[in-house]
Unconditional design. Structure first.
Length: 509
């Protein structure tokens, strides 16, 4: 039960609230796990469903696109109909669409299921965060609860390849989608008993024009960034990105004008709110960009299987979880801006170690650098999110949670797009194509390390020497891209630390 503090001013969390947090941790873990587990299943479902190249991309992207597009809408909807109610409705939808995806019989059916699953999953993120804000009134306990929430999200990202590998060794590709069914059943049974209901009094009707504008802003921005990451700078994705930004400006103008906005922009005037969002966005660029290169190094340069690569990623995830749990304790002894800025400086050192990784024997430095980077990034994941959600009044917690999640998604998309494009440019600018190759093999080497690896695997048995020279060149050039990305991420972490040390300090004065 909940109790009253000796001062009688704050309602402290009891066993029911902490048990409720355990229930909220389940969908949080599932969302991040679902975003990474499909990478392993893709070759298996390609063999079964025979999708085209475009269909394969949509199978991968539909889930993330629709989550990003509907976060703002679902945050506002939860405020109006009740956050627990939206969470439970979303749990039913996630369970049903997970079954639909698991037993899809065609590529088109799987794309539709993944899109519906993304819409359903978008109900979970803002609902879980805003419910935490409603359950934990004391800032210290709320910070601890959000640290647990952040740790679960990080754990899901790391466990995705491992869990997916275990399932695919024993079952068919659809088994990776069935993970959501038992999780949602637990949420449906325990949620009504352990989670409070909260909805904004007098929230008004949902503005459907704003819903359309939010989708028309977020979806093109995310899609444009992903396309730029895959194919480099070109006219169509650049125009898509610009169009999304333009619609976003129209969306912002409408929110300022209407009586019941979909997104309360007044939150940005809160002390530390905008600063915390900026740090979350910028630091996520480095996190996602470095994650892309490190996982690529493990598979393309070190030659590990996806599951083995996933296991090597576990230490960095553990470091991030540990740092997230330590952050609230440190924040009670030191100012928040010092804890966040200090962590980001540690992250900068970790990214700096990636600059020193070589194509041969680079695993110790790679793992050490990534562990340090994720450990240093843990405090902003916990304290930054707590600052964003905790600084909003209860009736605006859904909007605050949605903004936090959208910033994370946009930062991840930016990181993959910008650093992915940079890495491709460095690879293509430094790769030394061996002499005497066929035009097709030489072109494969120039395109990237992944295409070089596929081309080498298709060579006849007598071409082992040529294949070895190709792989050496591709691994050297890919490592150059990793080194460059590490340097950029170190600069990003230093800039983020400077933002924390200045703007967050002003907010705490």
């Amino acid at each position: 039960m909940s109790v009253i503090s000796p001062e009688g001013t704050r309602r402290l969390a009891g066993r029911r609230e902490w048990a409720g947090l355990a229930v909220l941790a389940l969908p949080t873990l599932l969302i991040s796990l679902d975003q990474s587990v499909l990478y392993l299943a893709l070759p298996h479902l390609v063999e079964s469903l025979r999708p085209t190249g475009t269909q394969s991309l949509w199978i991968m992207d539909a889930y993330g696109f629709l989550i990003a597009g509907f976060l703002i809408t679902m945050g506002a909807l939860g405020n109006r109909i009740g956050r627990r109610r939206l969470l439970l409705v979303g749990a039913v939808a996630v369970g049903l669409t997970s079954l639909l995806a698991a037993y899809a019989t065609s590529a088109e059916m799987l794309i539709a299921a993944r899109a519906l699953l993304g819409v359903a999953a978008a109900t979970l993120m803002p609902s879980t965060l805003s419910l935490i804000n409603s359950m934990f009134h004391d800032p210290g306990r709320r910070g601890r609860a959000i640290a647990v929430w952040a740790g679960c999200f990080m754990a899901g990202t790391a466990l995705g390849p491992v869990v997916g590998g275990l399932l695919l060794e024993r079952f068919w590709w659809g088994s990776v989608f069935l993970l959501g069914v038992p999780v949602m059943l637990v949420l449906l049974v325990a949620g009504p008993r352990l989670l409070p209901e909260y909805k904004e009094p007098g929230g008004g009707r949902l503005d459907l024009v704003s819903v359309v504008l939010s989708l028309a802003a977020v979806l093109p921005v995310v899609h444009g960034l992903k396309e730029l990451a895959r194919h480099g700078w070109s006219v169509v994705p650049a125009l898509t990105l610009v169009g999304g930004v333009a619609v976003g400006a129209v969306f912002v103008a409408r929110q300022k004008r209407i009586e019941h906005p979909l997104l309360d922009l007044g939150l940005l005037r809160g002390r530390g709110f905008a600063a915390a969002l900026a740090i979350l966005l910028v630091s996520m660029i480095a996190t996602a960009g470095s994650y892309l290169f490190v996982t690529g190094y493990l598979q393309l340069v070190a030659g590990l299987s996806p599951m083995a690569a996933g296991l090597w990623m576990v230490p960095s995830a553990v470091a991030s979880i540990v740092a997230a749990q330590l952050a609230p304790t440190l924040a009670r002894r030191f100012p928040v801006y010092l804890v966040v800025a200090g962590g980001l400086l540690v992250a900068a050192v970790g990214y700096g170690l990636l600059v020193l990784v070589g194509p041969a024997g680079g695993m110790p430095l790679l793992v050490a650098g990534f562990v340090a980077a994720f450990f240093g990034g843990g405090p902003i994941g916990a304290l930054g999110t707590a600052l964003v959600v905790g600084s909003a009044p209860p009736e605006r917690a859904g909007s605050a949670a949605a903004l936090s999640s959208v910033c994370g998604d946009l930062g991840a998309a930016l990181g993959v797009a910008l650093l992915g494009s940079l890495g491709t440019a460095v690879y293509q600018g430094t790769v030394a194509v061996p002499a005497g190759l066929s035009p097709e093999l030489a072109e494969a080497v120039r395109n990237g390390a992944d295409t070089a690896l596929v081309a080498v695997q298709a060579l006849p048995a007598g071409a082992a020497e040529a294949g070895g020279r190709v792989l050496d060149a591709a691994r050297e050039a890919y490592t150059n891209g990793l080194n460059t990305a590490g340097a950029v991420c170190a600069v990003i972490a230093l800039v983020s630390a400077a933002i924390a040390a200045t703007t967050l300090r002003k907010a705490s004065d």
